[in-house]
Design a protein around this ligand. Structure first.
Ligand code: NAP
Length: 336
């Protein structure tokens, strides 16, 4: 069964997902496009040789009976409106992170989905689909290292542009750890603190970089995440889990080992798009398969809400310097 997909937002990640759905994945076909700039849609159609209709209004695309599922890959502040419209139309929707730009916006989506009585939303958190994180979760779940006590993590980018602000270290960068570490530990956060070490000379004058985020979970596991977005040397994601019986680390991306000029070396990636490229394929294939089977199993609207609540606490902790509570209501049975 081929699923007819409509895409709202044909910018960087939208184009990547359109290429995936048209050329890489099974059982999907992109039939409709919308972007605030019509010329962006025309360009994608020409580049990929698509047979797709362009809509000037995203709501017309959502309500087109030929469109069976929607990808929302537009600018973050538009996500809530479009996801709510998809739920109203009863159509499955894959929404890139963030699900909404505020925790309240995410909660509005959660409530709309519960009222609709059917899971329709998958959030674009791709790390749970990464083979390395999956292998790490298996080790933890099997009990190989006993109960997890501490996690030491890092999210490093070689550099960021001048438009990147201190709070974006949380809302754009840490947001992936906030989702994947919750999933890895099957636990929720209860507190957050942010510490600012000595600033790198490579950061813009307005940006505090690096930062260390300290999180505590309901079971008392302590997590430290270093966010260093002008680290200079590469795009580097680290995660080490210290358990009662041993330590497990996220595998490094595959890289050829070289012995040359008196050095033993392996390359480090510099482009974030390459680090999780396979995970993006797997997450979208999962969405398409779930649309076909009628049962959504990927990162849910509740997961999007949980990440947003934790992110809000981290941003507040950046400003206050204090340890702040992360207040999550109990998970509704709908998302069990
Ligand atoms: P982008 O290149 O700026 O693309 C966004 C596109 O949406 C642009 O073409 C933009 O047009 C269009 N747009 C803006 N408002 C719209 C509206 N009201 N209706 C329809 N289209 C609209 O941004 P991006 O990098 O692709 O990011 C898009 C989303 O994906 C963001 O939420 C981002 O956080 C997320 N993302 C996730 C990952 C991941 O790892 N999961 C990676 C990258 C991005 P204009 O250019 O004219 O504004």
């Amino acid at each position: 069964m081929t699923i007819n997909i409509g895409v709202i937002g044909t910018g960087a990640i939208g184009r990547e997902h359109i290429r995936r759905c048209s050329q890489v994945l099974q059982n999907s076909r992109v039939v409709a496009l919308n972007d605030i700039n019509r010329s962006n849609c025309e360009q994608v159609i020409n580049e990929l040789g698509l047979d797709a209709q362009i809509y000037d209004n995203a709501h017309d695309l959502i309500n087109d009976t030929a469109v069976q599922a929607i990808l929302v890959t537009s600018w973050g502040p538009t996500h809530e409106e479009f996801v709510l419209a998809c739920i109203k139309a009863g159509k499955p929707v894959f929404c890139e992170k963030p699900l909404a730009v505020t925790a309240q916006g995410c909660l509005n989506i959660v409530e709309a989905e519960i009222n609709a009585g059917k899971k329709l939303v998958q959030v674009g958190f791709m790390r749970p689909y990464d083979s390395g994180y999956r292998a790490l979760k298996e080790v933890i779940t099997r009990g190989d290292i006993g109960e997890p006590l501490m996690l030491h993590c890092a999210h490093r980018n070689p550099s960021v542009g001048d438009a990147y602000t201190t709070d974006m270290a949380i809302t754009d960068t840490l947001i992936h750890e906030l989702d994947v570490l919750r999933w890895l530990l099957n636990d929720d956060y209860v507190s957050a603190q942010v510490i600012f070490p000595r600033k790198t000379r490579n950061a813009s004058s307005h940006l505090r970089d690096p930062q260390i985020v300290l999180l505590e979970t309901t079971r008392g596991t302590r997590i430290d995440v270093e966010i260093f977005v002008n680290c200079d040397y590469g795009y580097d994601i680290q995660c080490e889990v210290v358990g009662e019986l041993g330590i497990a680390r996220l595998p490094e991306p595959v890289s050829v080992q070289t012995r040359s000029a008196a050095k033993l070396s392996t390359a480090i990636l510099t482009d974030w798009k390459k680090r999780f490229i396979d995970a993006y394929d797997v997450e979208l294939q999962d969405f398409i398969d779930n649309v076909a089977s009628g049962e959504m199993t990927g990162p849910s609207a509740w997961d999007g809400y949980a990440a947003a609540v934790a992110a809000d606490a981290c941003v507040a902790a950046q400003n206050s310097g204090e340890i702040l509570p992360v207040k999550m209501p109990p998970k509704p049975a709908f998302y069990a």
